[in-house]
Design a protein around this ligand. Structure first.
Ligand code: Q9C
Ligand code: ZN
Length: 368
């Protein structure tokens, strides 16, 4: 079979294109330590490939009020993050090194010490621009979410730093603010929402944020925490609590997984999402499930990402994709594009996205 690229006309009508919102200012957050994988080149690699494909329509991010951040994060945590970043020397990131896990009622006064109070690991530093860049990522996700509520069927927030490890009151795993959770929270005002986390690492952030909520389903497919970050969460018996019991679903997979094995689990995950009857879907798209990713152990290739996209697209839901991890720079663009080729391969989704353009301003509606 020829690649999908050759099967579709190169010049798509504007309203059939995927809405793309890029975190323009992401480069200000650049941890220059050798071996820090979460680098600006990740966005460059993906964006170049997407633009060349002619399938995306760029839209600038709008600025949203801070209430969208405090709706999903503790306000003391948000205040801390903003204040500490401003005070840092641009050349010297701060790595948390003391973690007051016992006496949590006393927040250390010293900002470097307080970093540990709000952090889950020793490899995610605070730096001068972490707050501003993470806030930019939130604006992108919210801009894209807003487009869904206006009738757009498919949008992509191409952002870094990533967000899915950021919990209500903690940063870590290269994440500071949880953009996919902010988008889901925004969309939940108009109906039930599902988050599908396809990053290699457990989506502990949105699990934590929505754990007691029945209206936002959180699903994550990831490497089992016995060998994969974040190590303490992502077990299958974490199912939600109170009214949210049953609305958190973890699929913890073994160290070696290929495309077909992954798809078996993805099919189960999608069936759970159908049961939830969401009006919108947020996909936390990690590309670190790819072959050769330095943080992962799996072996997905471009054709697997395309098939994954196709399976997700068959849900026929208004879909917002938020970029998360993925660190093997050479395949990032190819794999991201393949995922979107799959997502838009279902005729019904393409048709709906064209109709959306003429419908302008209509609220999201589910098609399943
Ligand atoms: N130097 C995301 O994919 N692994 N985060 C340990 C230690 C880090 C991944 C690296 C995994 C974090 C968003
Ligand atoms: Zn990851």
């Amino acid at each position: 079979m020829p690649p999908v690229e050759m099967l579709v006309p190169h010049r798509l009508p504007e309203d059939a294109k995927v809405l793309l919102v890029v975190n323009e200012g992401h480069e200000i957050h650049h941890v220059r330590e050798r071996g820090y994988l979460e680098a600006p080149v990740r966005i460059k690699a993906i964006l170049g490939t997407l633009i060349d494909s002619g399938r995306f329509r760029l839209e600038p991010a709008r600025r949203f009020p801070q209430k969208h951040i405090t709706a999903i994060h503790d306000s003391a945590y948000v205040d801390f993050l903003e204040a500490v970043c401003e005070k840092l020397d641009p050349e010297r990131p701060v790595y948390p090194y003391v973690f007051p896990i016992r006496n949590r009622t006393r927040e250390p006064e010293d900002l470097a010490l307080r970093a540990g109070y709000y952090c889950m690991d020793t490899f995610t530093p605070l730096d001068r621009n972490a707050w501003r860049a993470a806030r930019g990522a939130i604006d992108c996700a919210l801009t894209a979410a807003e487009s869904l509520s206006q009738g757009q069927r498919l949008a992509y927030a191409l952002v870094r730093p990533p967000g899915h490890h950021a919990e209500r009151r903690a940063f870590g795993g290269f994440c500071y603010l949880n953009a996919c959770a902010a988008a889901a929270q925004y969309l939940s005002a108009s109906g039930r929402v599902a988050i599908l986390d396809l990053d290699y690492h457990h989506g502990n952030g949105q699990q934590d944020i929505f754990y007691a909520r029945a209206d936002v389903l959180t699903v994550s497919i990831h490497g089992h925490p016995r060998f994969a970050f974040p190590y303490f969460t992502g077990f299958e018996d974490e199912r939600g609590e109170g009214p949210g019991l049953g609305a958190n679903i973890n699929f913890a997979l073994p160290e070696e997984i290929d495309g077909p094995a992954y798809r078996e689990t993805l099919a189960d995950a999608l069936a759970q999402i159908v049961c939830h009857r969401p009006t919108a879907l947020v996909v936390a798209l990690g590309l670190d499930t790819a072959r050769r990713d330095p943080t992962g152990t799996w072996s997905l290739r471009a054709r697997d990402f395309m098939e994954n996209g196709r399976m997700v697209g068959r849900l026929g839901l208004p879909t917002l994709v938020v970029q998360e991890g993925g660190y093997y720079t050479r395949s990032l663009g190819r794999n991201a594009l393949a995922f979107f080729e799959g997502l838009t391969a279902t005729p019904s989704v393409a048709r709906q996205s064209r109709e959306a353009g003429t419908r302008g301003g209509r609220a999201i509606s589910t098609t399943i």
